[in-house]
Design a protein around this ligand. Structure first.
Ligand code: GDP
Ligand code: MG
Ligand code: ZN
Length: 324
């Protein structure tokens, strides 16, 4: 134990290794920290630094592990390279746009927050987000928030939502940032991890994060990100440490969620409930649209696969085919 302490606090030891995680991006500057330590220092990028083959608007994203050099004074770091990503969350603002944006990299878990009312959930958004998580290797859990607000009719929709996504294979947790329902469980899930919170504007991302750690002072009811997008200003993402353990990334107002590099041929493999059974289709590859002996269509007909999910699949298949 004594050895462990000496190591952590020895000053020379601290900057010996030269990799750190990007925790914030503001314009031309980045803030880095050697997680799980939380000691921030500024960094810049000199020249052009691009990931091979990437058409992303941001070469370095929050969560990226980077190699850096420090200047003589040891104050400003220069990012030299980005280490290979374990995973990332990436989107296009519209299907037509060529450029993509990496929201975060190397996340241990994404929490997708939804509400069945205030605002009403858009399944298209949900399914596109989930497909991206599957395609880019990010484990995802759905939080059904504002559970304290719902009347009987809303609760029926809560149950329908849970049935659809539960049978697809996703964990759905009911939460309330207002009453604290299941916030304790959420704290446990965040411990020792870097987690991302995403979801439509107004579902309670900032509120849930504030419920995890009230000292974070995140602005609730913030709509400025929405206005900023309208003015073509970049929105910035930021990581925060939470007192019960772990690091969270809040994402401000995302309106659309366009898929990046998901081909029509592989799309169904990103629907876990389709992936599980598509070996049983008579034809391979099978688009699960018109082919005879299609196991996916059969499962939709007998209710094993939710019709809503199949409909989302068809919609994405058409969209992705159109803009290739
Ligand atoms: N009753 C209730 N209101 C909530 C809950 N979570 C968020 N809100 C409210 O919903 C609005 C939007 O919340 P905010 O956290 O800013 O949403 P964000 O846009 O996803 O970050 C605010 O007025 C919050 O007070 C909840 O669980 N219950
Ligand atoms: Mg917010
Ligand atoms: Zn099929």
């Amino acid at each position: 134990m004594v050895f462990a302490q000496i190591r952590i606090f020895a000053p020379m030891e601290k900057y010996k290794s030269d990799t750190a995680t990007v925790v914030k991006h503001t314009g031309s500057h980045y803030l880095l920290s050697k997680l799980p330590e939380w000691e921030l220092f500024p960094a810049v990028i000199k020249g052009k630094l691009r990931l091979k083959g990437s058409s992303s608007t941001n070469p370095v994203a929050v969560g990226d592990l980077v190699e850096y050099d420090k200047d003589e004074a040891g104050e400003l770091a220069t990012i030299k390279s980005i280490l290979p990503r374990r995973n990332c969350i990436i989107r296009k603002s519209t299907n037509l746009s060529r450029q993509s944006h990496v929201i975060a990299a190397n996340v241990d878990m994404a929490f997708l927050i939804v509400t069945v009312n205030f605002p009403e959930v858009k399944l298209q958004f949900v399914d596109r987000f989930l497909v991206t998580c599957e395609a880019y290797n990010v484990p995802v859990t759905i939080l059904l928030n504002k559970i304290d607000l719902y009347d009987e009719g809303d609760m029926e929709r809560v149950e329908a939502f849970e049935a659809i996504y539960g049978s697809a294979g996703y964990k759905v947790i009911r939460t309330s940032a207002e009453t604290g329902e299941n916030i304790g469980e959420l704290k446990e899930l965040c411990k020792g991890k870097v987690v991302l919170f995403s979801g439509q504007s107004g579902v309670g991302k900032s509120s849930v994060i504030s419920a995890l750690d009230s000292s974070l002072n995140l602005r609730v009811g913030e709509i400025s990100a929405y206005h900023l997008q309208g003015k073509h200003t970049t929105t910035f993402y930021e990581m925060h440490p939470i007192s019960s353990g772990g690091f969270v990334i809040d994402t401000p107002g995302i309106r659309g969620f366009g898929l990046v590099d998901v081909s029509p041929e592989e799309l169904s493999t990103y629907f876990p409930e389709m992936l599980r059974i598509e070996d049983n289709c008579k034809f391979a590859p099978c688009t699960h649209t018109h082919e005879p002996g299609c196991a996916v269509k059969e499962a939709v007909e007998n209710g094993e696969i939710a019709y809503e999910r199949y409909e989302s699949y068809l919609g994405m298949l058409e969209e992705e085919g159109k803009y290739r």
